[in-house]
Every structure is written in C-alpha cells, then in structure tokens.
Write a protein that binds this ligand. Structure first.
Ligand code: FE2
Ligand code: FE2
Length: 216
C-alpha cells in the first residue's frame, strides 16, 4: 500500500494516499461504468419483457434500472474533484442479449450477486485502506442493494421458470398494474376484468408496489 505513516501525539496514524493516484479513483470510475451499463441492460431487457407481454416484469426491470442510475450518480459525484480529467480503466463487462426473459433475469442475478459478493466488497476494502471512507461507505451500502436486486430477479426467474408467475396451484392474488384490480384464484385472468388489459399487466400481490396486505 502506498500509505505514509506518521506519529502524532495520539499515536500512529495512517495518511491517505493522494486521491488522484489512488486505486479508489479508478474503482469509482469502474463502478460508474458498471452501473451505467446495468441501467442500460435493464432498460433493454425491459423492452424484451414488453415484447413478450410481461409488462409487470418490464416495470421491475425499469424500476431497477433507475436505481442503477442512482448508484452511478453516487459514484460519479465522488469523482467531482476530477472534473475535466479522463480516467483510464481496465474492466470486464457482460453481454446479456438473450431473447428469453427468464435467461435475462438469470444473467442479471449473476451480475448483481457478483457486485454484492466480490466487486464492491473489494472496492470498499481498498477504499478503507486508502483512507477514503465516504467511497468505502458507498461501496458497502450499494453492495447491499445489489443483493436485494439479485434476490428479486432470482425470485422472478424462478416463478417464470416454474410457470408460477401468473399461476399458483394453492391459490394466490394478483394486482393489475394498469388499473389496480386485485384478482384472487389459482391464476391471473387472460385479461383484466376491470380494464381489459392483458394478463401480462398482472403482478403477484407480494411483489406489487405500494400495496400493503391490510389494504386488500
Ligand atoms: Fe447498482
Ligand atoms: Fe443492481
């Protein structure tokens, strides 16, 4: 590590490395690139889900894409002092262009869990070692969100893969994301009985936005 140590009256301290020469500067740019790409991958995946009449899944991709944009912004802001500079990075980024939505979800799970388990913990560790606590905190906090993203995509992939996104042999409830109608039964109807939108607008109530069980 490129730390300079010095002895203060209170004991030995570690002085942070110069940010412009740090690994954290590069890692923030890697994270910005990764988040920016995740945002676009999910926006593109949302289009595929819409083409397959999986409107509610398309909305979940878009919702997640917007959070990736927010993550990108957090990392970008931490580079504010580098304005007008170009930061060279070396990194690997995935290509996930499956036409099947379940496959797109599975790829997303892989990428999210990689960020949660490997990439961001490593970036956070380096940032701490280099003395950049704010960056370390951002990597730690955003890593936890990626785990939530990963688990949600995994649940969607599982339900779609088992044909249980619109069906539940034990009985379930679905909400139409166009009009809010809630349908109980063993499956979501082919079209919403209230607004006549396609079945693809239904979402299992457990995943429905802003829907509290006590309101049903
Ligand atoms: Fe993210
Ligand atoms: Fe994510």
């Amino acid at each position: 590590m490129e730390h300079t140590t010095y002895r203060s009256k209170k004991g030995v301290c570690t002085m942070a490395v110069d940010f412009s020469k740090s690994k954290t500067r590069e890692n923030l740019m890697r994270a910005f690139a990764g988040e920016s790409q995740a945002r676009n991958r999910y926006t593109i995946a949302a289009k595929q889900a819409s083409r397959d009449n999986l409107y509610s899944i398309s909305q979940i991709f878009l919702f997640t894409a917007d959070q990736e944009r927010a993550h990108a912004e957090v990392f970008y802001e931490l580079l504010r002092g580098q304005t007008e500079q170009t930061i060279e990075i070396c990194g690997g980024y995935p290509v996930n262009l499956a036409e099947n939505v379940t496959d797109l979800l599975k790829s997303a799970v892989h990428n999210e869990m990689q960020e949660f388990e490997d990439v961001y913990p490593e970036f956070a560790k380096i940032a701490k070692e280099e003395g950049f606590d704010q960056a370390a905190g951002a990597f730690d906090m955003i890593a936890k969100v990626e785990a939530v993203h990963g688990r949600r995509f995994a649940l969607l992939a599982e339900l779609l893969g088992k044909n249980q996104y619109f069906e539940n042999p034990d009985g379930g409830e679905w909400m139409c994301m166009n009009c809010g109608h809630i349908q109980k039964g063993k499956m979501a109807p082919p079209v919403c009985p209230s607004c006549h939108y396609d079945r693809g607008y239904f979402i299992p109530v457990e995943l429905a936005p802003y829907l509290m069980p006590e309101l049903i």
